[in-house]
Design a protein around this ligand. Structure first.
Ligand SMILES: Nc1ncnc2c1ncn2[C@@H]1O[C@H](COP(=O)(O)OP(=O)(O)O)[C@@H](O)[C@H]1O
Ligand SMILES: [Mg+2]
Ligand SMILES: [Zn+2]
Length: 459
């Protein structure tokens, strides 16, 4: 009766097939199928099905706003939407070495100081390795329990016995359940373990944070399925060569997405950066070079000033190169097309490199005008006024379109000492903002004359 079944599973997206496939019909990856076995045993562990909550009329539902546990690391709480929701399952994903274990150990330490009990399951490192890190980070509390274990059944037993406020699983790729016969880290294992953890979180009302590594391609290793299963997904990003790290929420059932938290990595752990715009602009304005502009982007609920740099030069190649770091390439291509068509900038023999300083990803159209002006000033070899911030989306006919949260953006630029801000004509400002000149523009050409530094205007 206990027949072992086998199936082939795409290790990228979790697509299942009865036979081996060279190319995944779902996500298109090659040679991603691995044979995995599922025992009949898996049926013995029910995934918390209870019929205790039948359908109810909307008006009869009682609301109790979700209870959040605050870690007091405000940048971390912000990304989570104001703290860890009780009974939620959170995934923190990032490259190895980026600082996932560090931030979670620090957060655990803070929670334990506030008399919460935390169970830290270490599936990758020994207890003494964790102890060493804890000493380095200054984390010490008797409310923190370290449990080096990779077996899910034992982990489950201890979570249920201890019933802590928060469980950390470091990492999901290193644990395995007896009910799946493939090795730890395979899609089936990750999926089952994640499923079981979700069950534990919901039925015991315990918050669980799981750590997941990211593959070379930048996907959360093992699978996209993981993203769909958890309540909240937080990406841990950063520039490998710099010390700052960015936490970004990419999915949140209990809060705003695209919220970011910014940290600096040091010997004693991750420190919050309270004024990130200041940090991103640290090196700005010291040298006045053509091809550099300041934009105000909106990340989640917070405006951020970042520097955009463009480099344009004659290409040695038959086809010119377009490279975009921190900006979507197709967005750059669209802006270039508009510049060629609408203001006659000839870029057909020019390489264009674009860079967002500080390793941020800027993926909102409000950055368009700043990008365009970086390119234009580089081509014309003029300097953009360093006291002027730039905001605006560019439409296909070269018009500047309105952006959201304009007042927040203007206020942030003013706070950081900018004297002027260029914004779309279409944006209306309800409340007066003092200390900054607001310049409204309708078309790119207008923005050019307004943005260029006074002593460079003759060019
Ligand atoms: N002794 C140390 N002094 C300073 N920084 C350290 C030290 N040890 C580790 N780090 C920092 O911590 C990072 C590793 O963090 P960790 O939390 O283990 O990453 P992850 O869990 O994401 O793989 C290293 O890349 C380094 O930046
Ligand atoms: Mg780690
Ligand atoms: Zn696939």
């Amino acid at each position: 009766m206990a027949k072992v079944k086998s199936k082939f599973v795409c290790q990228n997206c979790g697509y299942e097939s009865a036979g081996y496939l060279g190319k995944c019909p779902d996500c298109g990856s090659w040679s991603s199928f691995i044979e995995e076995y599922t025992g009949i045993e898996s049926k013995n562990i029910p995934i918390e099905i209870s019929d205790s909550n039948p359908p109810v009329q909307l008006s009869k539902i009682e609301t109790n706003s979700e209870i959040r546990i605050k870690t007091k690391i405000s940048e971390f709480d912000r990304v989570l939407g104001g703290g860890i929701v009780k009974g939620s399952l959170v995934l923190i994903a990032g490259d190895p070495g980026i600082g996932k274990s560090t931030i979670l150990l620090q957060a655990s330490g803070k929670l334990c100081e506030a008399e919460k009990r935390v169970l830290y399951i270490s599936a990758e490192e020994s207890a003494s390795q964790i102890k060493l890190r804890a000493e380095r980070l200054g984390v010490k509390s008797d409310n923190l329990y370290i449990y080096p274990q990779t077996n899910f059944e034992l982990i489950k037993k201890h979570i249920e016995e201890m019933s802590p406020d928060l469980v950390i699983v470091d990492s999901i790729q290193a644990i395995y359940t007896n009910t799946v016969q493939s090795s730890a880290g395979s899609v089936s294992q990750i999926r089952e373990c994640c499923n079981y953890l979700m069950g534990i979180a919901k039925s015991n009302n315990i918050s669980i944070i799981i750590i997941g590594h990211v593959t070379k391609e930048g996907n959360i290793a093992g699978p996209k399925v993981l993203e769909h299963m958890v309540d909240t997904v937080i990406q841990f990003e950063g520039d490998k060569y710099k010390s700052y790290r960015i936490l970004r929420s990419v999915k949140n059932r209990f809060g705003n997405t695209s919220e970011v938290g910014i940290f600096e990595m040091g010997g004693d752990g991750l420190k919050e950066i309270i004024n990130p715009s200041q940090m991103f602009l640290k090196e700005y304005g010291q040298t006045k070079t053509p091809g550099s502009t300041i934009i105000v982007t909106n990340e989640g609920t917070r405006p951020l000033l970042v520097e955009i740099q463009a480099l344009v030069g004659t290409t040695p190649y038959p086809a010119p190169r377009r490279v975009a770091n921190g900006v979507d390439l197709s967005r750059l291509l669209q802006i270039l097309a508009v510049l060629e068509k609408r203001i006659g900038l000839n870029l057909s023999k020019q390489d264009v490199y674009l860079n967002v300083i500080g390793g941020m990803d800027v993926d909102e159209p409000a950055a368009d005008l700043g990008i365009a002006l970086a390119i234009i000033t580089c081509v014309r070899d003029v300097v953009c006024d360093p006291q002027t911030a730039i905001v605006g989306e560019i439409g296909l006919s070269g018009e500047i379109r309105g952006v959201n949260h304009i007042e927040k953006r203007i206020t942030e630029a003013q706070k950081l000492g900018f004297k002027r801000i260029i914004i779309p004509e279409a944006n209306e400002i309800q409340n007066e903002i003092k200390g900054i000149e607001i310049i409204k523009v309708k078309r790119i050409v207008e923005a050019i004359t307004k943005a260029i530094a006074k002593n460079d205007l003759h060019v």
